[in-house]
Design a protein around this ligand. Structure first.
Ligand SMILES: Cc1cc2nc3c(=O)[nH]c(=O)nc-3n(C[C@H](O)[C@H](O)[C@H](O)COP(=O)(O)O)c2cc1C
Length: 224
């Protein structure tokens, strides 16, 4: 059974990347807002896309300040994420209000938020209007991560060191375990192509899939 998902909700099906707290600075003023619409765009130069609605104060801060930082929070900042996304820097100073401790970034003027698991500093490279949001293209100029959180990839060992993910509404999540996939050797791929069949993960994975299939059929029969 598959249920229909409204096209306006389809975006939540691909939600799951870490949420970021976007910090900005312009003329000595600082602001912070959570953002879920953030994605890598290019290896070289290293570019990141961030979609911001023009109604956000952050939109003007990035446009005029020409830089932004992505602070990646863990679960300790869960309630802060929701709160910082419920009020606008146009009305009040969110840093003063929440007393979030900050520290200096390496390459840009925006502040970094203490207690996050990783940080990316970006200079503004370009911006495009995409639907009702502006896609800001940031060029990464510095990045740092907590040792117990990230080494080449997210480690996902300790819940407190995992990045927070946003599901939509006021729901967030942590990823479970890091799974290591078997990397196919070039000659295996060639042999698969020749045979016209590929069994990723080898016979073990194939047996596992067949077992699952048998169990599904059994359950379907039991339900009838
Ligand atoms: C978890 C979460 C994710 C959000 N993601 C985005 C986003 O990607 N882009 C955006 O424009 N607004 C997003 N928002 C809404 C802004 O964070 C919110 O409107 C915020 O109050 C704007 O603050 P500002 O006016 O100080 O910039 C998000 C809100 C929450 C709670």
């Amino acid at each position: 059974m598959r249920r229909e998902v409204a096209i306006t909700e389809a975006r939540r099906l691909i939600a799951g990347g870490p949420i970021v707290l976007v910090t900005t600075c312009w003329r000595g003023n600082h602001n912070v807002m959570p953002a879920a619409y953030v994605m890598p765009l290019s290896f070289e130069p290293p570019l990141i896309g961030l979609a911001v609605h023009p109604s956000r104060h952050t939109h003007d801060m990035i446009t005029y300040g020409e830089e932004f930082a992505l602070n990646i929070p863990g679960k300790r900042l869960l309630h802060h994420c929701q709160y910082l996304g419920s009020v606008s820097g146009l009305q009040l100073n969110k840093f003063e209000l929440t007393r979030l401790p900050t520290f200096k970034a390496r390459r840009i003027s925006a502040l970094l938020i203490e207690g996050c698991v990783a940080y990316i500093e970006c200079g503004l490279e370009d911006s495009f209007r995409v639907g009702d949001h502006t896609l800001f293209i940031g060029k990464v100029v510095a990045a740092q991560a907590e040792d117990d959180a990230f080494r080449e990839t997210w480690l996902l060992e300790d819940d407190d060191a995992k990045p927070l993910h946003y599901l939509g509404l006021n729901y967030y999540a942590l990823l479970g375990n890091r799974l290591e996939a078997r990397v196919p050797k070039a000659e295996e791929v060639e042999a698969d192509i020749e045979a016209g069949v590929a069994i990723p993960g080898g016979e073990e994975a194939q047996e596992e899939r067949e077992r699952e299939e048998r169990e599904r059929e059994q359950r379907a029969q039991d339900e009838r």
